[in-house]
Design a protein around this ligand. Structure first.
Ligand SMILES: Cc1ncc(COP(=O)(O)O)c(C=O)c1O
Length: 385
């Protein structure tokens, strides 16, 4: 029995994943396996720190606390082996906000920006909101897993792409990029004068056997965005970190940030992040083992009972990318089938771009019994097709 088997009952807590099922899927009773958060309580030390701060009682404007920077720097060193200079650290409400600011800060309207598709939907929005053009660099689905297409990437830079928005680890395909792969991206970007902007929100969620490489240990001129919100289930507290060692790029980011009037840290978000980074490691290590167990269960179930549905190897994130093309359903039909016949609320592959057609994303960060039930329901529905 694991502490994660229990989970938290989230219905009625204004929870997007559970309480908005009817609005999103047209049915309030699907098993919710979609939006990327977890059905687990945050680590006990985080709950205690928040409780104590609530009891303090005064919630007026807060200033900066150097311990918040220490916590991020310490975390990046311990978990990712990278020395992040203290002055490289800025705080932002969310990683998506930061991506939007970063793209606007280093491009001009009309520039093209590379995204490696299929990819987390808001990447497209971040490029378009800056008045830029998405230059797709589709990932290659090979027998050895998902790979970057470096010759196409070089072509994109040669054609003038100003920046690349990297997702590392990659949502939705679950790849943890190797150091060698990131070095190749860095060498190409450097050669062609493009800026590397990296979303590392899933960096701490490494499955056993896979090690995330922070882009900053490869390329100190990159702009990296990290957060404790995925790792420790704190998304609604709205806090994240921007790590930008290059002073010119940091200033451009900060100026754009200020220009938009985004600002002020969330007291509870900052405290939760600091406490999670400082005291959450044992919890995280147990979580990763639990998620890996669920990952193995899903892989085993599909291999034995639904071999036509093929999961990508999950190296990082808790989001499994399922290839359902063999079911031979159109994308809308596939979504309807999963909702109506299987009773499952997964993320539509099309959210990640047209390259996601025929795929669905399964969030396994929930007590395993829900995933077991989901697999049983899926099997029954597929067998009746
Ligand atoms: C790759 C990626 N980036 C960013 C986010 C959202 O980050 P935030 O809530 O900090 O904006 C998510 C959430 O699913 C994500 O998967």
């Amino acid at each position: 029995m694991s502490q994660f088997d229990e989970g938290v009952r989230r219905e009625g807590s204004a929870c997007l994943k559970w309480d908005e099922r009817k609005a999103v899927f047209g049915r309030g009773d699907v098993i919710p396996l979609w939006v990327a958060d977890m059905d687990f309580a945050a680590p006990e030390p985080v709950l205690k720190a928040l409780e104590a701060r609530v009891r303090h009682g005064a919630f007026g404007y807060s200033g900066s606390d150097p311990r918040d920077v220490d916590a991020v720097v310490g975390w990046m060193k311990r978990r990712h082996g990278v020395d992040v200079p203290r002055d490289a650290v800025l705080f932002s409400p969310g990683v998506v906000d930061s991506l939007r600011v970063a793209v606007a800060a280093v491009t001009k309207p009309g520039d093209s920006v590379v995204v490696q598709t299929p990819v987390y939907g808001p990447f497209y929005g971040a490029v378009e909101a800056a008045g830029c053009v998405v230059r797709r660099n589709p990932l290659l689905n090979t027998p050895d897993g998902w790979m970057m297409d470096f010759s196409d990437l070089e072509a994109a830079f040669r054609e003038g792409a100003r920046a690349i928005l990297l997702c590392s680890p990659h949502n939705p395909v679950g790849r943890v990029w190797t150091r060698a792969e990131l070095e190749r991206v860095s060498a190409l970007a450097r050669h062609w004068g493009a800026v590397i902007i990296v979303d590392e929100i899933h960096a701490d969620l490494e499955m056993p056997g896979f090690k995330n490489t922070s882009i900053l240990s490869v390329d100190p001129d990159a702009m990296a965005f990290v957060s404790a919100t995925k790792t420790f289930n704190l998304a609604a507290l709205r806090h994240s970190s921007a790590l930008i060692p290059n002073p010119d790029r940091r200033k451009a980011f900060q100026d754009e940030f200020n220009r938009r009037g985004i600002g002020g840290t969330n007291l509870f978000g900052a405290l939760a992040q600091r406490t999670a980074y400082n005291e959450g490691e044992p919890w995280l290590d147990e979580l990763l083992g639990y998620l890996d167990g669920t990952r193995r269960f899903v892989e085993g179930f599909l291999a034995q009972r639904l071999p036509m549905i093929r999961p990508s190897r999950l190296m990082g994130t808790y989001l499994m990318w399922l290839d359902m093309r063999a079911l031979k359903l159109g994308q809308d039909e596939l979504c309807r089938f999963l909702i109506e016949k299987a009773g499952l609320g997964m993320t539509n592959g099309a959210f990640f771009g047209p390259e996601g057609t025929g795929f669905m994303r399964l969030n396994i960060a929930t007590p395993r019994r829900y995933v077991e039930q989901a697999m049983e329901q899926l099997e029954k529905a597929v067998k009746a097709l």
